[in-house]
Design a protein. Structure first.
Length: 136
């Protein structure tokens, strides 16, 4: 799945819990918003989420760059701007819910980072899988 604002919004809408107190809801703290996702929908969309995440620059990949700033996630691996900050926040929230993304520092430490924004790492997507999904 290509990393586009439209695709992120589509998957996000499918995965968002329909009720705040949904049983087995996955709560994720974003940069500006908190989200609750449906566990079953996240499971259904896990591959699409991973496919979008691997379109981010290599610096975000655990086995390549080790993590990168939220501020750089508006660009894909080819340097094209794909979305705005709200869509980036939604992509990372989906990734956290799917256990494919981790924030590298606790919120209390963000102020020491460039722009006061967190660094994220994309987990568990090996270079071989990345190359396969990227068509190399």
């Amino acid at each position: 799945m290509e990393l586009t604002a439209k695709n992120v919004e589509s998957v996000f809408s499918k995965c968002l819990a329909k009720a705040e107190n949904e049983p087995e809801g996955i709560k994720v703290e974003g940069v500006e918003h908190d989200f609750v996702f449906s566990k079953s929908e996240i499971e259904k969309e896990k591959n699409k989420i991973a496919e979008m995440l691997i379109c981010l620059p290599n610096e975000f990949m655990q086995d390549q760059g080790g993590g990168y700033s939220f501020l750089k996630a508006c660009y894909d691996k080819n340097g094209n701007q794909w979305g705005d900050h709200l869509q980036i926040e939604k992509l990372f929230a989906l990734g956290i819910a799917a256990e494919k993304v981790k924030c590298l520092l606790p919120r209390e430490m963000w102020e020491v980072l460039p722009g006061g924004m967190p660094y994220y790492v994309v987990l568990g997507i090996s270079g071989e899988i990345v190359n396969q999904w990227r068509g190399k």
